[in-house]
Ligand binder design. Structure first.
Ligand code: BGC
Length: 893
């Protein structure tokens, strides 16, 4: 560990909690948290060999799974009788508890399958079966789609009759840009801004809704509102499959017998907002018996060219509601609400007033000194919603097909005087589940963590976006790749990135090129290499975090094509083309160095992926290419005399160190140059852009200077994250500078949040072990930096809870860790440099004394000392380590 303060011998002041080490006599507990394709009980999936995952909930030490059995049944009843009539895996001797692929009878469109799993522990004792879970298939083949693409207006409707009570009803809908589905007067589902944006020429996502409670015997009606979405196009493909109680089937399809008429959404645009004229509402339009006056036949439209695929990720939802902190009245008739938080979504408006009165809401991240909103930084986005009153009692409005990034809402045209209660902030984004938490004794870190989480979430809208407020909001791949690790530690991103990787593959051309943004709207083809890296890197992170081998298999040929394209641009093994380089840097680094470093990264990833997939010839070939690229990189950019890469910026040196490009005999010099540049050259400040800083923090940690990375992390003067916090940021800025004028300066960009991964990996110490994909093997190695008294993190990984919490007081370090059943870990307990000899307890047992491992503690299988730290090998369970100066005369064991 790095520099620590002088130590004092302090006797143990309190007893550590007893270890949870009782031997379990009965079998293991039943598996919990059953997931299928990373989702809990997913409705409407189209993966024909879905993968199962479960978590072994026990806290027993040193426990593993020796075998499992999965049953998949066609009915809940069959499953309850342990009949896997679709698939019984049999007892499979394996420690796999994730990525177990279905291998039974062909799964059929529209069917629900029920599954459960039991496991055997390392001693051969069987668990009970888990609680049942299910998954339901969507429409698996194009011929299952009977409905046509229709359009003609932004509202479409139809009516139908059912000759008896309903047993089951499923609505399958692809409504682009966005849709809102209503049946018999009810809005269906909790998703908004659905479907997620894709490259429509390649793929359109559809959703399946269980609408059994909404359809009824007799007359029924369906109404669909359509929004313009990203590509300003509206079309609907729909079908409703009903099974009546008597077993008869009935289907409603979108076709030209539907009726169309423009409704109250007068205009809608992702960037500009919505105009809603409530006078145009036609009550009952989504109920039966409605008179279609003024409605005309829906038109058959060509529809997008892409295939229809199931949307298999958390939908965009309104996940929270914020009450404004304050309402100000900076000018007559102008009211400015402060949500207290830069957020993504919209405002809910409550208003009473005369028919035809128009209330306008304009959204902004900033205000001027006079209290008026400042929208200089949102460029051409009009970010404005207008509600025109119908004039009856209290009216409540939320827009349907737009969203904004904002902290402030300006309200004008309000009849009378609004109150604080007239506006609520609706927080909207892809509803990924939180899985991680990090907290430490230094407040600025916790404030940064808060900003990182908000910035990440507010930039998840079916794709990872760069920003949420201005006329951009694109899937910029550079931003996606630098934030992905942080996102995966904080949130369950498995299904989201599975979808996004497919989105990336969808933009790949036959020459292997991909694009700067996905879907491709901004930027170039071929992508800047540091942006294009999102393709291999996201696949790689999916492998690391979730053990996802399938994503490697499915994308292998495409990744190879991509790398081969890069190779075609690097005949002398140096990839030079670059557009953005270390974007938004303070000190410029040559773009060609950045591109070339990322080329090396991509080749290395491909080499490793080939190795994992057993493609040994490819693995050897890419290993050789990596060596050549590395050699050429050093020949081109390394100044062997000074230990500088290129112009010696922090980014240049950090990228080379982080990616392992530096020849061993130059590592010391490069590391020295980098740390000098930070400490003496820039008074402990960063000079990087967002590409460089992703490499900088882990590079400093790798060279044993986590203390310096920490000083950068807690810096509060410009340029630093703390500078943003100190200047009132509630989400991360696009620039290190606090700009607020009409230039490029979003106040909600996630990309500087890459430091969030470092919080978990370095400060809390949660890492994958060697070959530990999917947390099979874990490495807990916290960086106990001098200024921190404690740090703590927990991640709900695909295999269960991993946590690491440490405290540091003079003469004592404690480290509590949790390792899930079926995983193991190396736990590095750091020591203060000045401590000469130490005793290490685990719970109330001594596990290290007199320079030696003391065996006998359940779950702790070995220990070694190196570089002043102690590494314990442990199995699953909770462990409480405590390191003190050698305690004379104290017994233990
Ligand atoms: C985006 C960035 C993006 C960049 C490409 C900007 O407009 O907001 O975050 O990566 O363009 O250089």
């Amino acid at each position: 560990m790095s520099a620590l303060i002088a130590c004092f011998v302090v006797p143990a002041l309190f007893a550590m909690p007893a270890a949870l080490a009782d031997p379990v006599m009965a079998g293991p507990g039943a598996p919990v948290n059953l997931r299928c394709e990373y989702l809990t009980n997913p409705l409407g999936i189209d993966v024909t060999q879905p993968r199962f995952a479960w978590v072994l909930g026990d806290s027993e030490r040193g426990q593993t799974q020796s075998a499992y059995q999965v049953l998949v049944a066609t009915s809940a009843e069959n499953l309850s009788h342990d009949q896997g009539d679709a698939w019984s895996s049999g007892k499979v001797a394996s420690d796999d508890s994730t990525q177990v692929a279905y291998a039974g009878k062909a799964l059929e469109s529209g069917y629900r399958y029920y599954w459960k799993v039991r496991t055997w522990d390392k001693g051969g004792a069987a668990s009970a079966y888990s609680q049942p879970a299910w998954f339901e298939m969507g429409l698996l083949s194009p011929s299952d789609w009977k409905g046509q693409w229709i359009g003609g207006a932004n509202q479409l409707r139809t009516e139908f009759n059912l000759a008896g009570p309903v047993a089951r009803a499923r609505a399958t809908i692809a409504g682009i840009g966005y849709y809102e589905l209503h049946i018999n007067g009810a809005r269906i589902g909790s998703s908004v801004l659905d479907p997620a944006w894709t490259t429509y020429d390649k793929r359109v996502l559809y959703a399946t809704h269980d609408v059994t409670p909404y359809v009824q015997s007799g007359a029924n009606a369906i109404g669909v509102m359509l929004g313009q979405g990203w590509f300003a196009s509206r079309a609907l493909r729909f079908q409703l499959d009903v099974e009546l109680a008597d077993g008869r089937h009935f289907q409603v399809q979108s076709n030209t017998s539907w009726m169309a008429r423009d409704g109250p959404v007068v205009s809608d645009s992702v960037y500009d907002g919505e105009v809603y004229d409530a006078r145009l509402e036609e009550p009952g339009w989504d109920r039966s018996g409605f008179q279609n006056i003024g409605w005309r036949a829906a038109e058959s439209v060509p529809g997008p060219k892409g295939v229809l695929s199931a949307e298999m990720m958390p939908p965009i939802r309104n996940v929270d509601t914020l009450v404004p902190l304050a309402m100000k009245n900076p000018k007559p008739g102008v009211y400015v609400y402060d949500m207290g938080q830069n957020m993504s979504g919209w405002a809910e408006l409550r208003v009473r007033g005369p028919r035809g009165a128009a209330v306008k809401m304009r959204f902004a991240e900033l205000t001027y000194d006079d209290g008026m909103i400042n929208r200089d930084n949102i460029r051409a986005a009009k970010a404005s919603d207008t509600y025109i009153l119908r004039g009856e009692g209290e009216e409540v409005y939320e827009p349907h097909f737009t969203y904004h990034g904002f902290r402030y809402v300006e309200v004008t045209g309000y009849p009378g005087t609004p109150s604080l209660d007239s506006i609520r902030g609706r927080v909207v984004h892809s509803a990924v589940e939180p899985v991680g938490g990090f907290v430490a004794s230094k407040q600025i870190l916790n404030q940064m963590q808060r900003l990182i989480r908000w910035s990440q979430l507010t930039n998840l809208f079916g794709i990872p976006t760069d920003c949420d407020q201005r006329d951009e909001r694109q899937g910029w791949m550079g931003d996606a790749q630098v934030t992905a690790e942080e996102a995966m530690m904080n949130f369950d991103m498995a299904a989201f990135y599975t979808n996004f990787v497919r989105d990336i593959r969808d933009v790949q051309a036959s020459d292997g090129t991909i694009t700067d943004t996905v879907p491709h709207r901004y930027g170039s083809r071929p992508a800047d290499p540091a942006w294009g890296t999102a393709f291999p890197l996201l696949c790689w992170y999916m492998w690391q975090q979730y053990g996802d081998r399938r994503i490697l298999e499915e994308n292998y040929e495409s990744l190879k094509k991509y790398v081969e394209f890069l190779r075609s641009r690097a005949p002398d093994n140096v990839l030079r083309y670059s557009y953005y380089g270390d974007w938004v840097a303070i000190e410029h680094t040559p773009g060609e160095l950045v591109s070339d470093a990322y080329y090396y990264y991509d080749v290395e990833i491909l080499r490793d992926v080939a190795g994992i997939l057993g493609k040994s010839a490819d693995s050897r070939a890419y290993a050789q290419l990596a060596d050549q690229v590395r050699a050429a990189f050093n020949q081109t950019f390394l100044d062997a005399k000074t230990g500088n890469y290129a112009n010696g910026t922090q980014t240049a040196d950090a990228l080379a160190l982080f990616l392992g490009l530096v020849p061993d005999d130059h590592r010391g010099a490069v590391a020295g140059h980098l740390t000098d540049d930070i400490t003496y050259g820039h008074n402990t400040h960063v000079t990087t852009g967002f590409i460089g800083v992703k490499a900088l923090m882990p590079a400093l940690t790798q060279i044993g200077r986590a203390d310096l990375a920490y000083e950068l992390a807690v810096q509060t003067t410009y340029p630093s994250w703390g500078f943003m916090v100190e200047n009132g940021a509630t989400t991360l800025w696009e620039l290190w500078e606090n700009k607020r004028g009409p230039s490029m300066n979003s106040h909600d960009h996630a990309m500087f949040g890459s430091v969030g991964a470092w919080f978990y990996n370095a400060l809390a110490g949660i890492n994958l072990g060697a070959d530990g994909a999917g947390y099979r093997h874990i490495r807990i190695e916290p960086q106990v930096v001098e200024d921190l008294h404690w740090a703590s993190a927990t991640v709900e990984t695909i295999r269960g809870t991993v946590s690491s919490s440490w405290t540091h007081s003079p003469g004592e370090i404690t480290l509590d860790v949790t390792i899930p059943v079926n995983s193991d870990a190396k736990v590095v307990v750091p020591k203060e440099e000045e401590m000469s000899s130490v005793t290490i307890f685990e719970g109330d047992r001594i596990v290290w004394q007199n320079g030696q491992f003391v065996p006998g503690d359940p779950g702790v299988t070995g220990a070694s000392a190196a570089h002043g730290d102690f590494t314990f090998e442990v199995g699953s369970g909770h462990y409480a380590f405590r390191l003190t100066e050698e305690l004379k005369g104290e017994g233990g064991g």
